[in-house]
Design a protein around this ligand. Structure first.
Ligand code: ADP
Length: 397
């Protein structure tokens, strides 16, 4: 029996989940928020109840200390030496990693090298990893990359029609993201179908604040919608997804926007928020749509249309599809969005959906009828579990 902790750190936050393995029992989870800002908040779950404390968290080292102290203080472990290993989510692994790896100095150097591609995330992951090592030097660490699952794509999927030298000299290509989620959900979908993942082709739709779609052929990703960075692909909460690149040039010339300003428009002021002018949260947009708000209705129509286009393309690229799987905040919880998407796809893909069942989904659920040409599932993602499973595997525990 071992206790493995999954760590997901951002520039100002650190989320953790402690598992007892191999039983896959969650012992606790929690987070440190507002790291480096005024009035930090540390939250830990104790016997199903969340306990939040306002406390200054000047840096990630302090966040790690709070986490380890909390585990002992609330009797989740009797001593921090009970923690066997840690698995860290790393957003960008570049071309180097197609699987999770043990954290060595060489790996750390490579992650630093590709930090330009994830400037908000990779440096924060490393700060957190180094702080953890300092506070608890005895345990092993594993890095689990968001990009790894997508490394099986062929060049026809990952090379952009740009000067080839940009790819060779600057590593400009599609890397994708949410790989841990797409891998977990595609594997779980195969299990629910009682099939081996090698024997099925699945299109996974991770529809959260950030959103991406992957085409998974026999367990291997052959295309994904996010690109060089998570800005590419389908429409998201605040990100635009794929657009005509000349729009960027046009607006920069016309209004003299700097690169930073343009980056803010595309990453933070576009997507559902940009079109609706209401919110980046799909619930707010849907509520406004129900009241007949034109821009909210338009937002939902664009959102659905972009997903249909991507799924349709991946359907053709896969040649044959056994299942579609919805996951993440919107994919798991918004019956309306699923219905809009499925109604758009059903004729072309031969889907037969139980729309009543779709309205009452909780957790894992098959929402297509037996006569559907393609099975359709809702599968809650579990990136933390995927991280600790990989940690165990990599370390041979
Ligand atoms: P993140 O990318 O931040 O992890 P999530 O996977 O939590 O995002 O998804 C956030 C999105 O999920 C938001 O747009 C939110 O409106 C939507 N969402 C969450 N819960 C529900 C719900 N019960 N019904 C409809 N939409 C939901």
């Amino acid at each position: 029996m071992s206790k493995i902790i999954a760590i997901n750190s951002g520039s100002s936050s650190l989320k953790f989940t402690l598992y007892q393995m191999p039983e896959e029992i969650v012992l606790t989870s929690g987070q440190a928020e507002r790291i480096g800002l005024e009035r930090g908040v540390f939250t830990i779950s104790v016997k199903g109840k969340k306990i939040s404390t306002e406390v200054d968290i000047p840096n990630h080292k302090k966040a790690i200390e709070l986490m380890l102290d909390g585990l002992v203080k609330y009797h989740i472990v009797s001593d921090i030496s009970e923690i066997t290993a840690a698995g860290h989510r790393i957003v960008q692994g570049g071309i180097y990693y197609s699987d999770s790896v043990k954290a060595t100095d060489e790996v750390v150097e490579r992650i630093e090298e590709v930090s330009d591609l994830a400037p908000l995330h990779n440096p924060a992951h490393l700060v957190c990893f180094k702080a953890f090592k300092e506070v608890l030097p005895s345990i092993e660490h594993v890095f689990v990359f968001d990009t790894a699952f997508h490394q099986t794509m062929g060049p026809e999927s990952y090379i952009y029609p740009l000067p080839y030298e940009w790819y060779k000299e600057h590593a400009i290509r599609k890397y994708g993201a949410h790989g841990t989620s797409h891998k977990y959900v595609s594997q779980r979908t195969a299990e629910l179908m009682d099939k081996k993942c090698e024997d099925v082709n699945i299109i996974t739709m991770h529809l959260g604040n950030g959103a991406s779609i992957s085409a998974v052929k026999g367990g291997r990703c052959i295309n994904t919608s996010m690109g060089l960075t998570p800005l590419g692909g389908i429409m998201m909460g605040t990100r635009c997804g794929d657009i005509d690149p000349s729009i960027v040039i046009y607006m920069m010339k016309k209004y003299g926007y700097s690169a930073e300003e343009m980056d803010t428009y595309l990453n933070k002021k576009s997507g559902m928020l940009g079109v609706s002018g209401i919110s980046s949260d799909s619930r707010d947009v849907s509520n406004a749509a129900k009241e007949g708000n034109e821009r909210a209705l338009l937002t939902n129509a664009i959102y659905t249309n972009r997903i249909i286009n991507t799924v349709g393309g991946y359907y053709c690229q896969l040649g044959h599809v056994d299942a579609l799987a919805f996951t993440a905040g919107i994919g798991e919880h918004s019956a309306e969005t699923r219905e809009d998407i499925l109604k758009g796809l059903q004729e072309a893909l031969g889907l037969s959906i139980d729309y009543e069942l779709n309205k009452s989904v909780h957790g894992e659920c098959l929402i297509s009828k037996p006569d559907s040409r393609i099975a359709v599932y809702v599968v809650p993602t579990n990136e933390e579990l995927a991280i600790v499973r990989d940690t165990i595997e990599v370390l041979g525990l």
